[in-house]
Design a protein around this ligand. Structure first.
Ligand SMILES: Nc1ncnc2c1ncn2[C@@H]1O[C@H](COP(=O)(O)OP(=O)(O)O)[C@@H](O)[C@H]1O
Ligand SMILES: [Mg+2]
Length: 162
């Protein structure tokens, strides 16, 4: 039943400086996603350019690369059922003005440039971004969280009754 995916999520420097690291992680954890890797780091120029390679040449690219290096980020890998689209749903649209109330960007962001959080937008991006920031041995998978255990137990109960 589970469509297990891994996604790269980061609290960007503005989110860290605003003291929102815990709040952002809390939202993903409460949803039911597993944090299987987590670290603070100062993004290098090489990492920044690799991360945002798809935006190279756009008017905001240079500022974007500087912004992600403007302070530490809290980088993490989340795992869970449809975690890639699900994490972006919790984050909200890129521009906090357009993001739905209740999403991270709507609730905490003010301007499009500085929107608190990053999340991968596809399976390919997720794998590429995880590889930019984490070594394979830093990913701590192979366990079930409470959300998964509860859903599995519910399914078992249904099978016993059926
Ligand atoms: N028009 C823009 N002007 C300034 N910054 C932008 C603009 N569009 C995007 N950005 C910044 O670049 C990041 C990457 O853009 P994009 O991949 O389009 O959005 P998302 O982060 O929602 O996937 C955004 O999160 C935002 O910080
Ligand atoms: Mg993007």
């Amino acid at each position: 039943m589970f469509n297990l995916e891994r996604t790269f999520v980061a609290v960007k420097p503005d989110g860290v400086k605003r003291g929102l690291t815990g709040e952002v992680i809390r939202r993903f954890e409460e949803k039911g996603y597993k944090v299987i890797a987590l670290k603070m780091l100062n993004v290098s120029k090489e990492q920044a350019q690799a991360h945002y390679a798809e935006h190279a040449g756009k008017p905001f690219y240079e500022r974007l690369v500087k912004y992600i290096q403007s302070g530490p980020i809290a980088a993490m890998v989340l795992e869970g059922h449809h975690a890639i689209a699900g994490a972006r749903h919790l984050m909200g649209k890129t521009d906090p003005i357009e993001a739905e109330v209740g999403t991270i960007r709507a609730d905490f962001g003010l301007v499009k440039e500085y929107n608190i959080v990053h999340g991968s937008d596809s399976a390919e991006s997720a794998q590429r971004e995880i590889d930019i920031y984490f070594k394979p041995e830093e990913l701590c998978g192979g366990w079930n969280n409470m959300a998964e255990l509860v859903i599995e137990r519910l399914q078992e109960n249904e099978q016993l009754k059926g």
